[in-house]
Design a protein around this ligand. Structure first.
Ligand SMILES: NC(=O)c1ccc[n+]([C@@H]2O[C@H](COP(=O)([O-])OP(=O)(O)OC[C@H]3O[C@@H](n4cnc5c(N)ncnc54)[C@H](O)[C@@H]3O)[C@@H](O)[C@H]2O)c1
Length: 389
C-alpha cells in the first residue's frame, strides 16, 4: 500500500481485526444446500467460533453431495430431509436460510419459533404478508433476524448513505434507481413461480431498492404504479439450457417477470422511479441518480447488476455560483462482502446485538416489491398498506 494512499489507509484502520472468542462455537444449521449455500458454508468453515452441525435439503442426498463436492468433513454434520425435521431434532443457535424464495417465510417462521437466530437470504420473502408474518415470529421470539444483503457491507454503498446524510444534496425529492442486464436470465429454480415466486423484480430489484432506500433512511412507501413483463424468459431464443432442461423447456417453464418498472411515492415527498431487468435490448436502463435541492449524485449502473456500485460516482453541486462535478473514488472493500455479511451476523448472535440488516427496514423493500406485483396485475396505481406488527 502506498504511504500517501490516505483513503485506503483510513479504510484499513477502520477494520482492525477483532479478537474472536472461540470458547463457545455458534452451532449453525444450513437450510437449503443449493448454489448460494456454498458461499455460506465457505464462510462458516473459515470462522473458528462457528460450526455447521446440520444441513437440510428437500432433494434426497443433495446435502451429502454438497459436502463431498466441497471437501467438507461431514463426520459431525447431521443431515435432514427438510428444515422442520432439522429444527425438531437439533439444538441450534442459528440457521442460514438458503432456500428458494417461496420457502423463505416458512423456514424463517419455524426457525424463529424454535428459538433460533436467523440469517435469511434475500429477497426477504415473496409477499408483504409473508414478511409481516416472519416479523411477528421475530418479535415473539426475541431472536435476531438479518436479511442477506451483502452489498450493505460495501464501503461504496456506505459512502452513498454518508453523502446523503452529510447534507451535501440537501432535501431529496427524486430518485431513479434500478439496474439491468441485456441478457442475464438465471435458470434452475429462479424462473418458476412455484419456487421463486418473483423474477428479476425480487432477485435483483431488491438490491437496487436497498441501495437508495437505505441511503435515505428507509421512508415508508405510500403508493405504487407497477409494470412487469416477461417477453425474453418465455422465448426460447433468449433462454438458456441448464443441466436438467433444454432452452425450449426453460422458456416453457418461465412464468415470473424478467423486467419490471414502477413509480413509487415515499413518505416525505420523495419520488422513486425504478426499473430492473434480467433481459432487454439495452445495456442498462440508466444509472441510479439521487436529486436533492442542493446537489445530486450519479451512481453508475453495472453491466450485470448484482447490487454493486458500477464505477466512480459523481456529485453535482454549485460552489460559489459555479456548477461543479466531484468524482467520488471507488473504495476497496476491506474483505469479501460475503465474509463481512456472515461475520456481522455471527457477531450479532454472540454479542446479542442488532441484526446487521434488520427486517424493519427490508419490510419496506418487500412492500414495494409486493406493491409492484399487485399493481402490475390490476393495471393501476395502488396504495401500500403495511399491517401492524
Ligand atoms: N446473496 C446473494 O448474493 C445471493 C446469490 C444467489 C442467490 N441468493 C438467494 O439465495 C436463495 C437460494 O438461491 P440458490 O441459487 O442457492 O437456489 P437453489 O435452488 O440452488 O437452492 C435452494 C435449495 O433449497 C432447498 N429447499 C427449499 N425449501 C427447503 C426446505 N423447506 N427445507 C430444506 N431445503 C429446502 C431446495 O431443495 C434447493 O436445493 C434465493 O432466495 C436467492 O435469491 C442470494
Amino acid at each position: 500500500m502506498a504511504k500517501d494512499d490516505s483513503v485506503l489507509n483510513q479504510t484499513m484502520q477502520a477494520i482492525e481485526e477483532k479478537a474472536v472468542d472461540t470458547s463457545k462455537k455458534v452451532r449453525v444449521g444450513l437450510i437449503g444446500t443449493g448454489w448460494i449455500a456454498e458461499e455460506h458454508m465457505r464462510q462458516f468453515v473459515k470462522f473458528p467460533d462457528a460450526e455447521v452441525v446440520a444441513m437440510a435439503d428437500l432433494i434426497p442426498g443433495k446435502a451429502e453431495k454438497f459436502c463431498q463436492r466441497n471437501g467438507i468433513d461431514a463426520s459431525n454434520i447431521h443431515f435432514y430431509p427438510d428444515h422442520a425435521s432439522m429444527l425438531a431434532n437439533e439444538q441450534l443457535d442459528a440457521v442460514s436460510i438458503c432456500t428458494y424464495n417461496m420457502t423463505h417465510a416458512q423456514c424463517a417462521i419455524d426457525a424463529l419459533n424454535a428459538g433460533v437466530h436467523v440469517l435469511l437470504e434475500k429477497p426477504f420473502t415473496v409477499t408483504l404478508d409473508e414478511a409481516v408474518a416472519v416479523m411477528k415470529a421475530e418479535k415473539a421470539s426475541g431472536k435476531i433476524l438479518s436479511i442477506g444483503f451483502q452489498p450493505r457491507m460495501d464501503p461504496n454503498m456506505q459512502q452513498i448513505k454518508k453523502i446523503v446524510e452529510s447534507g451535501e444534496l440537501g432535501e431529496i425529492y427524486y430518485i431513479q434507481t434500478g439496474g439491468g442486464r441485456r441478457r442475464g436470465i438465471p435458470n434452475s429454480t429462479f424462473i418458476e413461480k412455484k419456487t421463486a415466486g418473483v423474477g428479476a423484480l425480487g432477485d435483483i430489484g431488491c438490491y437496487s431498492l436497498d441501495m437508495v432506500l437505505n441511503a435515505i433512511g428507509y421512508p415508508k412507501p405510500l403508493t405504487v404504479t407497477g409494470y412487469t413483463s416477461n417477453f425474453f424468459g418465455t422465448n426460447p431464443l433468449y433462454s438458456r439450457p441448464d443441466q436438467d432442461h433444454t432452452a425450449e423447456e426453460n422458456a416453457a417453464r418461465f412464468n415470473v417477470d424478467d423486467f419490471a418498472a414502477a413509480f413509487i411515492r415515499l413518505e416525505g415527498g420523495v419520488i422513486l422511479d425504478f426499473r430492473i431487468s434480467w433481459a432487454m435490448h439495452l445495456d442498462t436502463p440508466g444509472d441510479t441518480v439521487i436529486l436533492g435541492k442542493k446537489g445530486a449524485l450519479r451512481i453508475p449502473s453495472t453491466e450485470c447488476w448484482n447490487g454493486t456500485v458500477g464505477g466512480e460516482m459523481t456529485l453535482y453541486t454549485d460552489v460559489a455560483g459555479l456548477q461543479t462535478e466531484t468524482k467520488i473514488p471507488i473504495l476497496p472493500a476491506p474483505k469479501p462482502l460475503f465474509e463481512m455479511k456472515i461475520r456481522s451476523f455471527l457477531d450479532a448472535v454472540k454479542e446479542g446485538g442488532q441484526a446487521p440488516v434488520p427486517s424493519s427496514q427490508i419490510l419496506y423493500n418487500q412492500a414495494i416489491i409486493d406493491g409492484i406485483m399487485k399493481s402490475a396485475e390490476i393495471g393501476r396505481e395502488i396504495e401500500i398498506t403495511i399491517p401492524e406488527i
